[in-house]
Design a protein around this ligand. Structure first.
Ligand code: DQA
Length: 139
């Protein structure tokens, strides 16, 4: 089983970001935890701060059984990335480390939520693990 895990802007800075919201793991520690928890899944990890790179990735890479994305702040305003996500036909999930509904009002809207087969937020790194667990059952 193959899975694509996508992290959007500023998630490369995990470990240096607000730990109350995002936990203490760096992105590579998070990716290691994911691999260790699901050793039988062949993961590809991509992080980009660029909206166009993420759109191109969603349009061109379908070499996976399911995909999970944390769109970062793009969740709140990128209609273009949402449109690219909508085209994805494989099982697809959205996750957030923090609970965006308990934070500033500008984070309350998640443009991707209605399109996601699986949606998990607010559990820090467990958001990814729980979403992956649920996605494996959607295949
Ligand atoms: C985030 C929440 C977003 O509001 C924020 O801009 C992020 C991270 C999360 O994982 O909690 O960069 O997606």
């Amino acid at each position: 089983m193959k899975a694509l895990i996508i992290n959007g802007p500023n998630l490369n800075m995990l470990g240096k970001r607000n730990q109350t919201h995002y936990g203490s793991l760096t992105l590579s520690e998070l990716n290691e935890l994911i691999k260790k928890t699901y050793p039988s899944i062949d993961f590809e990890f991509v992080q980009s701060n660029s909206e166009s790179v993420l759109i191109d990735l969603l349009q061109t890479n379908d070499n996976y059984d399911f995909m999970l994305m944390n769109p970062g702040a793009f969740a709140h305003y990128s209609i273009a990335l949402r449109d690219a996500f909508e085209i994805v036909t494989k099982p697809k999930g959205i996750c957030h480390l923090s609970d965006i509904r308990l934070r500033e009002e500008f984070r309350h809207i998640d443009l991707f939520e209605a399109l996601a087969d699986v949606y998990v937020k607010g559990l820090k790194e467990q958001s990814y693990l729980q979403a992956i667990e649920m996605l494996t059952k959607k295949i």
